[in-house]
Design a protein around this ligand. Structure first.
Ligand SMILES: Cc1ncc(C[n+]2csc(CCOP(=O)(O)OP(=O)(O)O)c2C)c(N)n1
Length: 334
């Protein structure tokens, strides 16, 4: 914990904020459950890197930015995209490869982008969004537009040189922005101890001239509060903020299934994460702050209905024309 974090005494959340956080996570979780239910039809021609289990970090951070975030993400970006845009139609259309998708169906699950709604980029190339986010953060600083660049990445991104260059540049140029490390401890099947030549992400980040925060609670409200603090302090001190969120990836690296039989991890060692599932915890919280069961169920049903409608629309939509297939693709003629 950094010195400034000892003064972390957040205001209690309003019941509306608690509800909003839950519904953001619920939408991401149910959208992925719908993918799991429909994937076997083989109409979604895209590999799936599922966010399931990691929703609290994404919803907490994005909600804390209150619409002022410029979001950059990884290929594991279903939750990021849906929490930022709350737009199910282009999301599912892209999964089905249809022209109403975010990239006219040409890029699939790993490259979701909707700049008009603040979700600028996701990429299959590990770490590649980091320098772009630093550039956006620097532009925001010069423009004084009250927006905040935020880049989500996994602990595996720290295995890439460009991570260190991006952190360095953000610190040297005093860019107020958020680096959000979704630390699930794995790069595909390889744990941190086999990849990192240092013992602690928190300790090594503290050597930079930036702010650093850690959340290991899997509690969306805690992450929301911590991000609000990080945003405030990042602007006040004109420094980047690094937020490490400990999390657990529920499913296989790529695909819609569990993979305990692969042998690189065992379910019992993750029992805490299932007992403290972020959605389960937040739903319990909502009942303790007075939301009626009927009301919560109707809110959930509304989201389920929107997901079903988005899938139906995506199934019926057209593919983009052959002429559009290479539109926007950069190449040089010899
Ligand atoms: C530049 C680059 N190097 C290697 C890969 C192969 N690769 C795909 S996923 C992955 C692991 C990334 O782990 P992490 O960043 O922690 O993300 P997570 O999958 O845990 O969300 C690697 C090395 C890649 N896609 N890009």
């Amino acid at each position: 914990m950094n010195d400034h974090q000892t003064h972390f005494h957040p205001e209690p959340l309003s019941s509306e904020e608690s509800l909003r956080l839950y519904l953001l996570m619920y939408q991401a979780r149910k959208a992925e459950e719908a993918i799991m239910a429909h994937y076997h039809t083989d109409q979604m021609k895209t590999p799936m890197h599922m966010s399931m289990g990691q929703e609290a970090g994404v919803a907490g951070v994005i909600a804390a930015l209150q619409g002022r975030g410029d979001v950059f993400s990884t290929y594991r970006s279903h939750a990021t995209f849906l929490c930022q845009t709350e737009d199910l139609d282009p999301f599912f259309a892209e999964m089905y490869g249809k022209k109403t998708g975010t990239a006219e169906g040409r890029s699939g699950s790993m490259h979701l982008a909707f700049p008009e709604k603040g979700h600028h980029l996701s990429s299959a190339i590990v770490s590649s969004c980091l320098p772009v986010a630093v550039g956006a953060g620097y532009a925001n600083k010069l423009l004084q537009n009250d927006r905040m660049s935020v880049v989500f990445f996994g602990d595996g991104a720290m295995d890439e040189g460009v991570f260190w260059e991006s952190m360095n540049a953000a610190c040297v140029f005093k860019v107020p922005m958020l680096f959000v490390c979704e630390d699930n401890g794995l790069a595909v099947h390889t744990g941190k101890s086999q990849r990192h030549g240092y013992k602690s992400i928190d300790d090594i980040v503290k050597a930079f001239d930036c702010l650093s925060y850690t959340d290991e609670t899997n509690n969306v409200e805690s992450i929301y509060q911590r991000t609000k603090q990080a945003v405030k302090e990042s602007y006040a001190l004109m420094k980047p903020a690094f937020l490490r969120i400990q999390c657990h990836r529920y499913l296989e690296h790529v695909g819609i299934n569990e993979d305990w039989e692969a042998g690189y991890r065992s379910r019992p060692s993750y029992s805490w994460w299932y007992e403290n599932d972020s959605l389960k915890m937040q739903r319990q919280k909502l009942t303790t702050v007075g939301f009626e069961e009927n009301f919560l169920q109707s809110q959930e049903q509304h989201i389920q209905d929107r997901i079903e409608k988005a899938i139906q629309k995506a199934e019926k939509a057209d593919f983009c024309s052959v002429e559009r297939l290479y539109a926007g693709v950069f190449y040089e003629k010899n």
